[in-house]
Design a binder for this molecule. Structure first.
Ligand code: OAD
Length: 255
């Protein structure tokens, strides 16, 4: 076992309160594409071009086509060992809070399967700061409803509409330029402030305010462990930066 892994295991064992920030990299081994880097383009579009209110206003059909593709892709994916380890950590370690930028619901599904029948899985449900892809939100009245997987996005006329007010539905995710749910982000910041350890897993940590989570823990005197095959701007500020895949590294430090 490498010295870094041993040190990371010690930091986890000694921590009294842990906050975990995850990003797209934690789901990469489940088959969900990340937002930046190789494989992130869809039909030559960059996700940042489609995940905006302006893109939806300009061409809701194109944006829905992308989300319908992502929704069905995610429905066919399963949680990987990284999601499962983090769910176990949150269930076993009462003062652990998971915060995710991911909208894929895989942490939730891992919690349900790890907790099985005998535990309350909700302790391992993450704070989803960027929303949830499997929910719809009405662009008129804001009503949230479970989303369908079989969205017909071949024409604007076939897009889903609200049963309440007949406005166009949209996925219940946060787009660039939109405000985050204030309760969810404040709870995430509070967990970061009270944590003596922040695990940062599979995120480029460039999208704020979510990327503030490890910075808040550091500013409050805590430490950071990063798991990412690539160097990020957070790597030099981390006590341990483990350069590997989450599904391989996390079982070594958490199980
Ligand atoms: P990114 O695509 O920016 O970053 C993914 C990170 O995961 C990169 O740093 C990769 O090196 C790393 N990575 C890849 N495979 C990995 C693996 N197997 N194990 C561990 N790490 C791995 O995704 P995010 O940081 O999540 O926001 O992006 C943040 C936000 O930007 C997203 O939530 C989304 C996006 O635009 C919104 O849509 C609002």
């Amino acid at each position: 076992m490498s010295l870094d892994i041993t040190y990371a295991r010690d930091l986890v064992a000694q921590a009294s309160s842990i906050v975990v920030l995850t990003g797209a990299g934690v789901s990469a081994e489940s088959g969900v594409p990340t937002f930046r880097g190789p494989g992130s383009l869809w039909k030559s579009h960059r996700p940042e071009e489609l995940a905006t209110p302006e893109a939806f206003a300009r061409d809701p059909r194109l944006v829905w086509e992308w989300y319908a593709w992502r929704r069905s892709l995610v429905a066919d994916c399963a949680p990987n060992p990284a999601h499962e380890c983090l769910a176990r950590l949150a269930l076993d370690h009462e003062s652990t809070r998971l915060v995710t930028q991911n909208v894929d619901g895989l942490h939730h599904r891992a919690a349900d399967s790890v907790a099985a029948d005998h535990e309350d899985p909700s302790r391992a449900y993450p704070l989803e700061v960027h929303g949830a892809i499997h929910r719809d939100r009405c662009s008129g009245c804001d009503r949230r409803t479970p989303g369908r997987n079989d969205i017909e996005a071949s024409s604007t006329d076939s897009l889903p509409h609200c049963e309440n007010c007949q406005s166009l539905l949209r996925p219940d995710v946060v787009w660039f330029g939109e405000a985050l749910d204030s309760t969810i982000i404040n709870d995430s910041f509070e967990a970061a402030r009270s944590a003596d350890l922040c695990l940062v897993i599979g995120t480029s940590a460039v999208v704020y305010p979510a990327a503030s989570v490890p910075e808040i823990t550091l500013d409050s005197g805590g430490t950071v462990i990063e798991v990412n095959p690539q160097e990020t701007h957070l790597s030099p500020r981390s006590s341990v930066s483990l350069k590997g895949r989450a599904g391989e590294v996390l079982p070594d430090i958490l199980d």
